[in-house]
Design a protein around this ligand. Structure first.
Ligand code: GRG
Length: 289
């Protein structure tokens, strides 16, 4: 069952994170790192572990990039919630890091989770081949940085003061960076570890990342804050263009379903081995948080 597999990923990542964070002590910044990196669906880690399993990579190696991507993701959420960005008080149903501690601690915990992510991807236990470790760290830097997630976030912030709402093409480009780049890196990681052709994984992840963001826009309209675990309705209240505002609710749902089909089709070369990745694509549009 997909839910059981996702839960077992979450447990494995949590155990690994506990081990990695244990020697760092219990200063507030370290406690904030533990707090922010705990919880969540662990979807990105699941994509890493599944793409690795499909390529017969030892899970004792794959847990390193799986944990690395969750650290980078946690950093991005801490910083995204800061008053200078989205100014959110609630994340995963709990107070955000700057609310529970303070802004200084939140900035530092985000910074430290980001560097920890690269440390884990480059760790000698991640892969016996140094070239593969370097490739993982290099591509993670590209996905998270000024041509990937940070670019998407910067475009999103600029859109708030743009004279016109963004077009569908502009929103698609923005989200490919903001949400899509880390999702793509996660799904490609197993192929990179096996030094295999990652083109089918890239095609899968591109469609999946977009479907994920459309589902997020739908949750912002249809979800309730208690279930989603964060404030909802903010985009509509701010008059921001989203997939829902541009395609309509039904159109957005249709587009998300088509993208899931596209994502699953991209995995045909893996046959039954890709069953869990196909289920992950279905989960992304059916989720309620
Ligand atoms: C601060 C550089 C920088 C980037 C922030 C990722 C991001 C960019 C902002 C998050 C804001 C947001 C709500 C984006 C929508 C997509 C998204 C990343 C949702 C959260 O991911 P989930 O649902 O979270 O996988 P969990 O809690 O399950 O880990």
């Amino acid at each position: 069952m997909f839910e059981t597999a996702l839960k077992s990923t979450a447990d494995a990542v949590q155990t690994h994170l506990d081990t990695v964070l244990a020697p760092l002590g219990d200063l507030p910044v370290i406690e904030a790192m533990r707090y922010a990196s705990g919880g969540g669906k662990r979807l990105r880690a699941f994509l890493v572990l599944e793409s690795a399993a499909m390529h017969e990579i030892d899970p004792r190696h794959a847990i390193w990039p799986a944990t690395a991507i969750e650290c980078i993701h946690a950093y991005s959420l801490i910083h995204d919630d800061l008053p200078c960005m989205d100014d959110d008080d609630l994340r995963r149903g709990l107070p955000t890091v700057h609310v529970k501690w303070d802004e200084t601690t939140a900035v530092l915990a985000g910074d430290a989770l980001q560097t920890l992510g690269f440390e884990l991807a480059a760790h000698t236990d991640c892969h016996p081949d140094a070239v593969v470790r370097a490739d993982l760290a290099l591509t993670l830097a590209r996905a998270a940085g000024a041509g990937g997630m940070v670019l998407g976030q910067a475009l999103d912030i600029a859109a708030e003061t743009a004279p016109e709402p963004l077009t569908l093409d502009q929103i698609t480009r923005l989200q490919a960076g903001k949400t899509g780049a880390l999702i793509a890196w996660s799904a490609e990681a197993g192929g990179r570890m096996a030094r295999a052709d990652i083109a089918p994984l890239t095609a899968y992840a591109t469609a999946l990342g977009l479907a994920f963001q459309i589902a997020d826009d739908i949750l912002d309209i249809e979800g309730d804050a208690a279930t989603v675990g964060k404030a909802v309705g903010k985009d509509a209240a701010a008059g921001k263009a989203t997939f829902v505002s541009l395609l309509g609710l039904d159109g957005a749902k249709r587009r998300a379903r088509d993208l899931v089909t596209e994502a699953c089709d991209a995995l045909s070369c893996y046959g039954d081995k890709a069953g869990n990745l196909r289920e992950a694509a279905l989960f992304v549009i059916a989720r309620d948080n």
